[in-house]
Design a protein around this ligand. Structure first.
Ligand SMILES: *Cc1c(COP(=O)(O)O)cnc(C)c1O
Length: 336
């Protein structure tokens, strides 16, 4: 099976396993795991932040980002399709007890949208929740959010006393696609979450970056959630290896996504486009599940619902796999 469901399905490479086996470790709850510290320091430096905190998942990095910038009852402004809104089990309501106000067009809210949302709050309207956090995602379902657009809305947020968070689960892909340093993508955000287990191919973990005070509060929050990890250097070593050795190869995933999209786009009934490491395929109305089943029967695993299928390129997929996947998909599509 050529598994294109997600970039989370990768296996650690031999070199990564060796780094993990040989990692120096200590008790990280006492702040004594040198490998975790190294990972946190290198991550912070890459993102242009003072500090970073290693956490088990991107979900937790996001929830801690929310936790450190809001009070119960506050509003967080986000897109209705952000991971925070649709894919975190309602954790924002359970843990930080905030309420979302969602935009649904584009990858960032428009100026008009921001102005109108803020108008009520600015007038001291007692009915309105306090808008305290603006949330963006980059990449957003594979799409790169232009840095000028990010700056425009983070600037608005800061001028109006709001804080800002970037869900950068695939920030490495955004930086590679824009050919800029990761710190450029992180500019303008008070907190940034990044994943080591997606495009970079590490087995476990994410990080939350920000200023030293904010990250200290997040460290307390991580303990509150019961996620103080002891000799976590074993898994942090995999993340550190990925950070050092797998960022540069991400452009190859993007090129392979372009190739695969072009091949699928030629097939009758399907239209496909690449967005960084993803191929987004539109099927005839409502038939995504049928196509996903047919692809699976021919040895390609994908995810899809409604009329949209997602194929994701990653560390374990070679040029040969892409050619083979294109052939199998072509045969599957011909039968429908
Ligand atoms: C995957 C993902 C997360 C969460 O990461 P997990 O490690 O799976 O919890 C958060 N945000 C975005 C945009 C993601 O794609």
């Amino acid at each position: 099976m050529i598994d294109l469901r997600s970039d989370t399905v990768t296996r650690p490479t031999q070199a990564m396993r060796r780094a993990m086996a040989e990692a120096e470790v200590g008790d990280d709850v006492f702040g004594e795991d040198p490998t975790v510290r190294e990972l946190e320091e290198e991550t912070a430096a890459l993102l242009g932040a003072q500090a970073a905190l290693y956490v088990p998942s991107g979900h937790m990095a996001n929830q801690l980002g929310l936790y450190v910038s809001t009070r119960s009852g506050d509003e967080v402004w986000a897109h209705e399709h952000h991971h925070l809104i649709g894919d975190e089990q309602g954790a924002s309501a359970v843990l930080s007890r905030v309420q979302p106000r969602c935009f649904s067009e584009g990858v960032v809210p428009s100026d008009a949208q921001l102005e109108s949302w803020f108008a009520g709050a600015r007038q001291g309207n007692v009915h309105r929740a306090e808008p305290s956090l603006l949330w963006l995602e980059n990449t957003f379902t594979g799409r790169v959010v232009p840095l000028a657009e990010q700056r425009r809305v983070t600037g608005f947020a800061h001028r109006n006393g709001m804080r800002t968070h970037l869900d950068g689960a695939r920030l490495w892909n955004a930086a590679a696609a824009l050919d800029v340093a990761p710190a450029r993508v992180a500019e303008g955000f008070d907190t940034v979450s990044v994943c080591f287990s997606k495009g970079l191919g590490a087995p476990v973990g994410s990080a939350l970056a920000g200023d030293a005070d904010t990250v200290l509060r997040a460290r307390r929050g991580r303990k509150l959630l019961g996620a103080g990890m002891r000799q976590a250097g074993i898994i942090a070593a995999g993340a550190l290896h990925a950070l050092r050795h797998h960022r540069e190869r991400i452009v190859a995933d993007h090129e392979r996504a372009e190739l695969l999209a072009a091949r699928i786009d030629e097939l009758p009934g399907l239209s496909a486009a690449a967005a960084t490491n993803m191929v987004l395929v539109d099927t005839p109305a409502g038939r995504a599940a049928e196509y996903v089943d047919a692809f699976a029967d021919h040895g390609v695993a994908a995810l899809g619902d409604g009329s949209r299928i997602r194929l994701v390129l990653h560390l374990d997929i070679t040029d040969g796999d892409v050619a083979e996947a294109a052939q199998r998909i072509s045969k599957a599509a011909a039968q429908l």
